[in-house]
Ligand binder design. Sequence first.
Ligand code: NAD
Ligand code: TYD
Length: 349
Amino acid sequence: MHILVTGGAGFIGSHVVRHFLKSYPACRITNLDSLTYAGNLANLRDIETLPNYRFVKGDITDSGFIENLFSTESFDGVIHLAAESHVDRSIADPTAFVKTNVLGTVNLLNAAKTAWKGNFEGKRFYHVSTDEVYGSLGTEGMFTEQTPYDPHSPYSASKASSDHFVRAYFDTYGLPVVISNCSNNYGAFQFPEKLIPLFINNIRLGKPLPVYGKGENVRDWLWVVDHAQAIDVIYHRAKTGETYNIGGHNEWTNIDLIRQLCAIMDRKLGREPGESVKLVTYVTDRAGHDLRYAINSSKLQRELGWVPSITFEQGLEETVEWYLENEEWLRNVTSGSYTRYYEEMYGGR
Ligand code: NAD
Ligand code: TYD
């Protein structure tokens, strides 16, 4: 079994690569990543010397490169995570999101279709997507797999478009696809532009915590290791053409989550209770800010038996500990010096 993981140097991708290598020692993993600001090979230091792992630097928007990779390697499956993933960046530069998330996905679909030549026996194209494609909920209800798409940000619009292309390749060409739509992830190795690692870093440094609007938006948080486990279960056991929602039944308003985070940080840093929360600074709301996401993942639980392994309280505690123990990782990422790692490790290759 040889699986191509795209975006494996990013946050979720690095957990997926690690999970598959450890769970399936007989499986070969090729990690294809262009190493944007969000890709960091230091996320994979503990597994990079395993004999069944290989890193390839390449851009999914480069169709010639992708076609060549598929014709020289023989992949049984693709787990596609490479994407531009931050909503605020998508508001600043939507085109980059169309290029990578839409065009890049279509390039991979074309390459898989060509390489597998209509013989799809034992093949799988797994597209990793987000609950943000469903839009925004009011105070009631949850997203199911039947919820109509209603994306609002350039990020979610580009992911929605890529999901439609993946389904179109199943309907039109019979490409053996599966899709999952997951809620907000948190955990180790997340780039500190997303809420939880950004705020952990700012609390550590005593910097302001910029809360958008009134902090009343709700997100449904899932530990990234549980997402990787769900991807494993879906990759191996889902029926072709199916979609699964993944979520932790774990809704928090931003401000409640931030208060919880501040309390944990006060304790871990030996600060007076209430010290860190003073850093909260309300700032102008994000444009088009979705009010609430909540995932109904009962299909995944019922059909494939997946449930999250830990509570949010445990996961958040563990996550804070990881960032505090890995200050060097944080410092390298925030200073940008991690980009030199590729040259040091892979220079000339
Ligand atoms: P991330 O931004 O941390 O990582 C993305 C990775 O893709 C990086 O390593 C980057 O270098 C790589 N990449 C970007 N453009 C590329 C290109 N053109 N060619 C090759 N590689 C490229 O993102 P993440 O949070 O790990 O998200 C991974 C996937 O999961 C995305 O598809 C995202 O939409 C989806 N997702 C994320 C969340 C979340 O909460 N983070 C939730 C649900 C779904
Ligand atoms: P984020 O981590 O960017 O994920 P997403 O936008 O994909 O849900 O943001 C999570 C929530 O936190 C979202 O409602 C926006 C809010 N937020 C802030 O209030 N301040 C910040 O600095 C950031 C990055 C996010």
